[in-house]
Design a binder for this molecule. Structure first.
Ligand code: NAP
Length: 251
């Protein structure tokens, strides 16, 4: 496939695409004319999410079950995406989990699971997808970090470490592949209205909002809009950056 065709027939592989921020990213990129390979561990939610995009936006989609923390599972998912679409021009590393606890109470499993899914998951997906991007001499890698990776947060040492890791990882990939037409950038959302933050007690939520100059939590679309920009041709000269989307909470 010629590079011009890859730019024309853009395909995004998005992890954690069945709900929350990943789903909003899938919808936003589809509206920009991009086909979507949705990857999620939860296929029952992923299938209807992808079908809605096909029905409402009219782009081709695929729903592929995989665990980002398992390299063999991701290799199969990427093979399947390439079989369906022919190439992957955009990778959005979005799947992520929290297992909050104070460090003295944090179980090894809580640490391991968060690092495996958030950080190793980003490594697994990038390593496999970048092979075809190198061949095509074109690619956009966008990884969802977090404000917590920059600020730290009580009860989230595992999550903060995983997200800070994504930032260092992104800058290294950006340097390694800048001369192959591949950009790698991160987005660090603040607190966004999704299932991940739905369980916050009312008082914690209000305390958080008081720390946000814009006076509200963000929406999944606030994050998706930045992904759209970083995936576009207009962002061709931006690499190794982390864009904060947090209503001014961290500057
Ligand atoms: P979410 O609503 O919990 O959705 C996460 C999605 O990832 C779910 O569909 C989940 O599947 C999937 N997933 C979990 N583990 C997976 C695995 N091993 N392999 C493949 N898919 C997996 O989360 P969100 O709030 O949209 O967050 C998306 C990303 O933004 C995460 O990386 C998160 O850390 C980051 N972020 C979120 C916020 C926030 O305030 N919400 C702030 C900063 C950063 P299941 O349905 O099976 O769980």
């Amino acid at each position: 496939m010629l590079k011009s065709d890859i730019v024309k027939n853009r395909v995004a592989l998005i992890t954690g695409a069945s709900r929350g921020i990943g789903k909003a990213i899938a919808e936003a990129l589809a509206k920009d004319g991009i086909d979507i390979a949705g990857v999620d561990i939860n296929i029952d939610e992923l299938r209807p999410a992808m079908k809605t995009i096909e029905d409402t936006v009219g782009r081709k989609t695929a729903a592929i079950q995989a665990d980002v923390g398992d390299s063999a599972s991701i290799e199969r998912a990427v093979e399947e995406s390439i079989r369906v679409f022919g190439n992957i021009s955009i990778l959005v590393n979005n799947a992520g989990i929290t297992r909050d606890n104070l460090i003295l109470r944090m179980k090894d499993k809580e640490w391991d699971d968060v690092l495996r899914i958030n950080l190793t998951g980003t490594f697994n997906c990038t390593k496999v997808v970048i092979k075809s991007m190198v061949k095509n001499r074109y690619g956009r890698i966008i990884s969802i970090a977090s404000i917590v990776g920059a600020m730290g947060n009580i009860g989230q040492a595992n999550y903060a470490a995983s997200k800070a890791g994504i930032i260092g990882f992104t800058k290294s990939i950006a340097r390694e592949y800048a001369n192959r037409g591949i950009t790698a950038n991160g987005i660090a959302p603040g607190f966004i209205e999704t299932d991940m933050t739905k369980g916050l007690p009312e008082d914690v939520r209000n305390t958080l909002i008081n720390q946000i100059p814009m006076g509200r939590l963000g929406t999944p679309e606030d994050v998706a809009n930045v992904v759209r920009f970083l995936a576009s041709d207009e962002a061709a000269y931006i690499t190794g950056q982390v864009i904060h989307v947090n209503g001014g909470m961290y500057m």
